[in-house]
Design a protein around this ligand. Structure first.
Ligand SMILES: [Zn+2]
Length: 242
């Protein structure tokens, strides 16, 4: 029943949306083609392959950076799990250069990519950005700890990657006005939320659509803006006016 309601909401959302608006789709990992998942948030290989094919069939270009409000899709992964690395040959074959958000304390932990693997993917055009130090809800922190989470992770990642890191993704999606201001002050130009929606070029807060377990019927609707009606619901859950 829950699935049916979701499908109806996505269907109505897709009817109300402007067609082919660029958007960001996000996942956590893709299960290795012939292996086991590293996390229970991992998308089965066949489902992810079908999503990629559908994005192309729907006429979207999969890009490492969105530069147009129409016709482009950016694929993002949170946390830096190993499945993406193990499937790297497939990503290259598909022309998918995702943005991957890393929490510095998770790099090299069991189930996560190591610094060498991350650099290898960067060489192939994968993009790495920040997901804080400890992957904790940022709403909870005072100024000092918030600065540590935002600034020290940025510096450490820049040293590891040898390039500027200027985008961040909020752990578990949680943020507030204080968090947004602190991110801007720390030098972040884009902040990725877990609130669904289309790509908005004039905002530094970026909407993302969670697709990791979406069956094809609903995935097609998401590409047409199907999740847009849920914006209020997600904002209430993830954003605090403090
Ligand atoms: Zn995360």
């Amino acid at each position: 029943m829950k699935h049916l309601i979701k499908s109806v909401i996505y269907f109505i959302g897709s009817l109300l949306s402007k067609s082919k608006r660029s958007k960001i789709l996000y996942y956590h990992d893709v299960t290795p083609e012939h292996g086991e998942a590293y996390t229970d948030m991992s998308t089965p290989f066949e489902l992810f392959a079908a999503h990629v094919a559908q994005v192309k069939r729907a006429g979207f270009e999969i890009v490492p950076r969105i530069e147009s409000v129409h016709g482009q899709v950016l694929i993002a992964f949170d946390d830096g799990f190993r499945g993406v690395y193990e499937n790297r040959a497939r990503f290259v074959e598909w022309g998918v250069k995702p943005t991957i958000f890393l929490a510095t304390t998770l790099v090299g932990k069991p189930g996560y990519m190591t610094a060498d693997e991350i650099r290898e993917l960067q060489e192939q055009g994968f993009v790495f950005q920040c997901h804080t130090v400890s992957h904790t809800n940022l709403q909870k922190f005072g100024a000092e700890e918030l600065r540590h989470q935002l600034v020290d992770s940025k510096r450490e990642l820049e040293q590891m990657l040898g390039r500027e890191v200027d985008e961040i993704c909020f752990p578990q999606g949680y943020y507030s006005d204080t968090v947004v201001e602190a991110c801007r002050k720390a030098g972040y130009k884009k902040m990725y939320t877990s609130v669904p929606g289309d790509y908005e070029p004039d905002s530094d807060l970026v909407c993302r659509n969670l697709c990791q377990f979406e069956p094809m019927s609903r995935f097609k609707l998401i590409l047409k803006g199907g999740m847009n009606l849920l914006r209020g619901h997600y904002l209430k859950r993830h954003y605090k006016n403090i």
